[in-house]
Design a binder for this molecule. Structure first.
Ligand SMILES: CC(C)(COP(=O)(O)OP(=O)(O)OC[C@H]1O[C@@H](n2cnc3c(N)ncnc32)[C@H](O)[C@@H]1OP(=O)(O)O)[C@@H](O)C(=O)NCCC(=O)NCCS
Length: 187
């Protein structure tokens, strides 16, 4: 899916641009994946797993596949041309689950607290609201991710499920994941 470019202002007054990623962003995307993976324990990968699993050609193919898809969107936020954050929207396609969409998001740490997470999530929610038949949005967060939880609760998500010991860090620490759901104003 493609997204109509949209500008907004960060809390510190800088201009930001929301737009779909393109093939030419593949290298920046790989850097972004590696950097964000190293900045928090709350994402599903470690930095070295990005290098092992993603190549430049592979990333280009992922971007092209998502852009051509009717059911997936990868939306990025750029500040002064630098990739500051990315979020994903996925509409389920099987009959029993196509009433729900899934979202994921990560912002580069130096841009946290500037309103990027809120701006991107609001766009995803609006797109899901416009989609026929979709009545809820779902996501998962790792125990302890207070910043993400606060963002999601502010936008109307509530905890609806618990995934015990879903995450194990390298040092053996086990963390629970929580499922959150946002009901859309459709029923
Ligand atoms: C979670 C994340 C996406 C938030 O993005 P962000 O751009 O910093 O979000 P915003 O600036 O829009 O802030 C969103 C809300 O977070 C909350 N927040 C801000 N600072 C906070 C802090 N120190 N502690 C707890 N909550 C905080 C506030 O409720 C804020 O809303 P407000 O500005 O209206 O008060 C970002 O921190 C991130 O990418 N973290 C690492 C990856 C990750 O955890 N992804 C989510 C996986 S489920």
């Amino acid at each position: 899916m493609k997204f109509q470019d949209k500008a907004f202002t960060l809390k510190d007054g800088r201009e930001a641009l929301l737009r779909t990623t393109e093939e030419t962003d593949a290298e920046a995307m790989l850097d972004y994946l590696r950097v964000t993976a190293g900045e928090t324990d709350f994402l599903s990968r470690y930095p070295e797993e990005c290098d092992e699993r993603y190549s430049l050609e592979g990333e280009k193919a992922i971007i092209n596949r998502i852009n051509a898809s009717e059911n997936e969107l990868m939306l990025a936020c750029f500040v002064n041309g630098e990739l500051a954050g990315v979020c994903n929207l996925m509409f389920n396609t099987f009959i029993k689950t196509r009433h729900a969409a899934k979202v994921a998001i990560a912002v580069v740490k130096k841009y946290w607290g500037q309103g990027i997470g809120t701006a991107m999530m609001r766009e995803l929610i609006e797109l899901a609201e416009k989609r026929d038949g979709v009545i809820q949005i779902e996501l998962e967060f790792v125990e302890g991710n207070a910043r993400a939880r606060a963002l999601y609760e502010k936008l109307g998500f509530r905890i609806t499920g618990f995934h015990g010991n879903a995450t194990m860090l390298k040092d053996g620490t086990l963390l629970n994941n929580y499922l959150m759901t946002k009901d859309l104003k459709k029923r």
